[in-house]
Design a protein around this ligand. Structure first.
Ligand SMILES: [Zn+2]
Length: 393
């Protein structure tokens, strides 16, 4: 089954400039050609999809999210204790919203009861629709830490065991929590460094022994430096990173994944936890410095990507916000595609329109390099060569 897709612009994510009047040939689930449109280049018998006025590009990659959490409903940690059936129903809905916004791959950084591993498997089998997933299994946090829900891991031996169990059960990476966070009432202050150096090192050792890496929730404070120094590969949030932390990011070059909508968007924590004074106090403390700190990160040579952190459907807002902090439109688009693929270690498979890569692609109603707000207008959505925008048709 061969499909030829023609659009006014084709942007590969490798080059800055889009191809005008471009053509992408999809053969099965794979990209077979990317070029300027020419009727003679359309293979005989191919289905031709022509999208005049539209911008064809790789599907978005959400480098940090969750499946069963809805921040707008409040008490995110409490949501992880809900009956598994309720979490599953929320998850099905959330995954559909992600896909409809143009997200074709997502990295899931915290679920309980291996819900993420089950969803990854069921999506791959075609039993439920959603982006292709990278998953982290059990949340590795402390008994008194941010992110702690059902399970908790204290001390080097428990962390080793948790990491090994996750890898055995099918986790793609290990997620740990090394600082406090906004959306917990009993997890401590934002700048609390919650794991010891030895505990963080144990997680990194076990991940690397298993052929993968550690992602760490790290808002700010000494935990950020500790995580980078001990070999954590992806730093999540970094909302309160100091100039010294940013210099360390430039030096050691971990990936930093910014999650802005959950903190900045009116339907995020602001809405969900409006009646919780502890969370509101932490939210406003983070917001107070966020614009200045995130602008400093964007201006630096930090390796950056983005994630919605459960703000399902709001991935476009993450790219728009990067532009607000001074990033160019084209680099914001790269942060949400080719760079996010590197964060997820899937750059050999997806994240750009190149021959041999998976046909994960979307069209937008206009050119976002000219006007970033077009990222909100996903139309055609194809994942692994299969149309996702017409699944119900
Ligand atoms: Zn998260």
């Amino acid at each position: 089954m061969v499909t030829a897709i023609r659009a006014d612009w084709v942007w590969t994510a490798v080059d800055d400039e889009p191809i005008r009047d471009g053509l992408v040939i999809v053969d099965g689930g794979t990209i077979a050609a990317v070029r300027t449109f020419d009727p003679a280049a359309v293979p005989e018998g191919a289905e031709l999809i022509y999208r005049p006025g539209e911008f064809l590009m790789p599907g978005f990659i959400d480098a940090h999210t969750h499946i069963s959490i809805n921040p707008e409903k409040g008490n995110q940690i409490g949501q992880l204790f809900d009956p598994i059936e309720i979490q599953t129903m929320r998850g099905v809905h959330n995954l559909q919203k992600m896909l409809a916004s143009g997200v074709t791959t997502a990295r899931v950084l915290g679920e309980e009861r291996l819900l993420d591993i089950t969803f990854k498997d069921q999506i791959a089998k075609g039993n439920v629709s959603g982006p292709n997933l990278l998953v982290s299994g059990r949340i590795i946090s402390q008994s008194n830490g941010h992110g702690r829900a059902i399970s908790a891991f204290d001390g080097v031996d428990e962390i080793r065991k948790g990491a090994r169990q996750n890898l055995y059960d099918g986790a793609d990476l290990i997620k740990i929590f090394v600082t406090g966070g906004v959306s917990s009432t009993r997890g401590g202050g934002l700048l609390k460094a919650s794991y010891s150096r030895e505990e963080v090192r144990a997680a990194v050792e076990e991940a690397e022994r298993g052929g993968t890496y550690v992602s760490a929730h790290a808002i700010g404070g000494p935990g950020v430096r500790l995580a980078v120094e001990e070999g954590v590969r992806t730093i999540e949030h970094a909302t309160m990173a100091t100039d010294d932390d940013i210099a360390l990011f430039e030096d050691v070059k971990p990936w930093v994944v910014l999650t802005q909508s959950i903190m900045m968007h009116p339907t995020g924590i602001e809405q969900g936890d409006a009646d919780n004074p502890i969370i509101m106090q932490k939210l406003f403390a983070a917001r107070e410095v966020a614009a200045e700190r995130l602008t400093a990160i964007v201006k630096s040579n930090t390796k950056l990507s983005i994630g919605t952190d459960s703000m399902h459907g709001l991935f476009p807002f993450e790219m728009q916000t990067l532009v607000r902090w001074g990033m160019s439109n084209v680099n914001a688009l790269k942060a949400g595609t080719i760079r996010a693929a590197e964060v997820c270690q899937v750059e050999g498979k997806t994240g750009s329109l190149e021959v041999g890569k998976a046909a994960d692609l979307i069209t937008l109603a206009g050119n976002p390099i000219e006007n970033i707000d077009h990222v909100e207008s996903a139309r055609l959505i194809i994942k692994n060569g299969v149309r996702q925008d017409k699944l119900d048709a």
